[in-house]
Design a protein around this ligand. Structure first.
Ligand code: OGA
Ligand code: NI
Length: 343
């Protein structure tokens, strides 16, 4: 039995009026009227695939990017512009359906998967101005197809195809990350595993009447190894924290924004940074993104690669299995999950 959750933010937005109190963000970092733009390095993935003469230069760029801001814009990833448009379109079409139609795929109150928004766990929790569709994609036998929209008709096939491409890119990127540190190329990938899990989350941000007071997503770092974010083609909103300041992340229309998650920060003994990020809203236009979180196999123990533990850089993190479950326990209590595995 699927129980109704709180109203979709999309409905709150279309009803107009003042947004409910519990959406007002009370963090001390605040929401300024404008923000500087972050220069996110653009990395050409095609240089890693073959014995390209540009490989070394691109590896340097990658290492600098993920050891400073924790993210980069990946181009030449092998997916056509029209295919990425399709990936966005199936999501946009889904969110444009009538509420009753979307609610056929609602998540159950005690579950994270499906269509819905924040679980309300306490009265003073601040809610995010977004609706989501959250689906486990891998391992395949864990897919709950009843939560995968049948409308639009191509939804399942498009999401399947997109995530299969990302699976290949994940291996490529994890190997490039290792090579960029002159390590054996499999040292991160071995900890990740062949049967790693992948979770797709379409994020829908309706226009918000009070962008000065409300966030689309509160500050967090991802619990993944790496995350692929397909941004909205036209509407910005993502911000990354760097040197204690929030920066807007620019849109590069056909690039994939790849960010380091907590688990690669752990494996790299802190060389690579899992950046804090959040989403701001705007009062004019809706925004939709698709985040795909790539997580190591749950029963593989992950920990700092031995070569990265030195006298100058002592071990920073404990070894841990199934970081994701620890992540959710701490996230709900407002703690930064990675802090609980710091030594
Ligand atoms: C996320 C996330 C950013 C965005 O889903 O974890 O950070 O721009 N999304 O939607
Ligand atoms: Ni995120």
């Amino acid at each position: 039995m699927v129980e109704p959750l709180s109203n979709p933010v999309q409905e709150l937005a279309s009803n107009g009026g003042e947004p409910p109190e519990r959406y007002i963000y009370r963090g001390s970092d605040g929401i300024a009227p404008s923000f500087p733009l972050l220069e996110v390095p653009i990395v050409d993935l095609s240089c890693f695939a073959s014995s390209s003469p540009l490989a070394d230069q691109e590896l340097d760029k990658l290492r600098l990017a993920i050891s400073s801001c924790g993210c980069f814009q990946a181009i030449n990833h092998g997916m056509s512009n029209s295919f990425l448009d399709q990936v966005r379109d199936v999501g946009k079409t889904f969110f444009a359906l009538p509420t009753e139609e979307k609610q056929k795929y609602s998540r159950a109150v005690d579950d994270t998967e499906g269509y819905g928004n924040d679980s309300v766990l306490s009265e003073n929790q601040t809610l995010d101005w977004s609706d989501r569709l959250y689906l486990i994609v891998n391992p395949k036998d864990q897919r709950k197809l009843k939560l995968w929209p049948k409308n639009p008709e191509s939804f399942r096939e498009v999401l399947h195809e997109y995530t299969m491409k990302l699976k290949i890119l994940t291996e490529l990127v994890l190997k490039a990350m290792a090579k960029s540190l002159n390590l054996e190329e499999n040292c991160f990938f071995d900890q990740y595993g062949e049967e790693a899990s992948m979770i797709a989350r379409y994020n829908f941000y309706p226009p918000c009447p009070r962008p000065d007071l409300i966030l689309g997503v509160k500050p967090h770092a991802d619990g993944s190894a790496i995350t692929f974010l397909l941004q909205d083609k036209e509407v910005e909103g993502l911000q990354v924290l760097k040197d204690d300041q929030w920066f807007n992340v620019p849109i590069v229309p056909h690039a994939l924004l790849i960010n380091v998650g907590d688990q690669v920060e752990i494996m790299s003994n802190g060389m690579f940074k899992s950046p804090m990020h959040r989403v701001v809203t705007n009062s004019e236009r809706e925004r939709m993104t698709l985040a795909v979180f790539c997580m190591p196999e749950a029963d593989i123990e992950i920990g700092p690669v031995e070569e990265l533990v030195t006298e100058e850089r002592p071990r920073m993190y404990k070894k841990i299995k199934n970081f994701v479950s620890l992540y959710f326990q701490n996230y709900q209590q407002g703690k930064r999950p990675i802090d609980t595995v710091k030594l």
